[in-house]
Design a protein. Sequence first.
Length: 463
Amino acid sequence: MKQNDTKPILYSTSVVSLMELAQIENEYVDHLRGYVDELQRKVDYIKEYSQIGKHPELENEQQRTQFVANPLNAFGLVRRAHEDWSKVLDFIKMVENPGTQFEEMDRLMAKAPTEEDMNEALRGMAKIHEIYDLEPADIAKGLLDGRQYMAQMPTPDRVLLADYIYNKTDYRRAAQWYKTALQNETADAQREEIRKKYIISRLKDGRSDEVEKYLAELSQSREESLSTIDKPTSTQLGCRGLYPARTNLSCHYNFETTPFLRLAPIKTEILNLEPLIVLHHDVLYDREVAFAKNVTMHDMMDGVSGSNNNIIISKIKELDVNGTIEINRRIADMTGLSLKGSSPVQVFNYGLGGHFREHFDFVGEDRDDEINKFLVSDGNRFATILFFASNVAQGGTLVFPRLQIAVRPERGAALVWHNLNNACEPEPLTEHSVCPVIVGSRWVLTKFLFEKAQMFTKPCYKL
């Protein structure tokens, strides 16, 4: 499927898109600097932005990926492009004869993130905060889940995120972010506004007769967090690496699924038997990873979830069937299952805070007539094949909350699980979720094998 040319591009949902936005912003700021050099006026606002907005010299794709794979860099990039670019242009319009630099910057404005894109970036940052229960003060200073990074969040980024969380009625976490924003040097008027927002958030979350307590919290010189009282869900525990260690795992070389494996056995790790969940190691090769990643944001479409398909989770592209012949043969070798009528291989790339909420891959009872016709001809999704095409520095774990199984991305590995039980009925234990990406670029390839093609190949458990 092709991306609709008239539909605004969402940058925050894919690292591929964020890399292009970073390039666009560099070009934008280059024109801005040229304009400042020409006029040499008292344009402190523009000079300040030109310093904030200009990135380090990113000479190759690896450096550009590392830059936008950090959520603080990515979020600041989207916020500046959405919030600040237009303000700068409005300021320039007040000057006579702004020149060609203005025309170029005005042209780039057409590529700036939309309101929807800004909301997706805010959603991603809020999920990183919530799912991993990180301290806003740590996030703002670049300390992400125990690892320190050079990037930090300026005051505008902190306030905008606090406003977003406040509007979602999560007043305790919003107050945390407002307090974090006050730790930066800000103008008196802005500081007073942030203080008001902090007090309002505390009152919404607490009691009106404790306003003096909340005022006292603002006067504390040391950073003191406001504890959250939410009990973590099973998914959150898995994302935080808190599942108990499993003792029933087994590893072996698979020689038996197909005759070819007698010559080239596969390293196989059994994670669960019922339902079957298996991790195969070193089954996706570098040339295949390069083929899958050879896409731009214009090649990919939005991957959506939610009851109304209103949550953007990633960018997605269906790979050319001629480029996946060897991958399909390897899937047959790994699983011993039939690929007749199977879905095409699709590549996914997750962006800022990219995640996928709890869901099932099988088709449930709530379905339309078109899906019913498909189920009659091909059956339900019997098995899911998920290849990891990248390592992820932090986050991006796939968890099965009902089984308390967590699988970290491992480049070259493939995770296989059966969505249906021995009677080919949907198996609710296969509910799974993708934890938010904290730092890194999560690339995966997926494929579904369908039920009716497995009539003579599917393994049967002993009853």
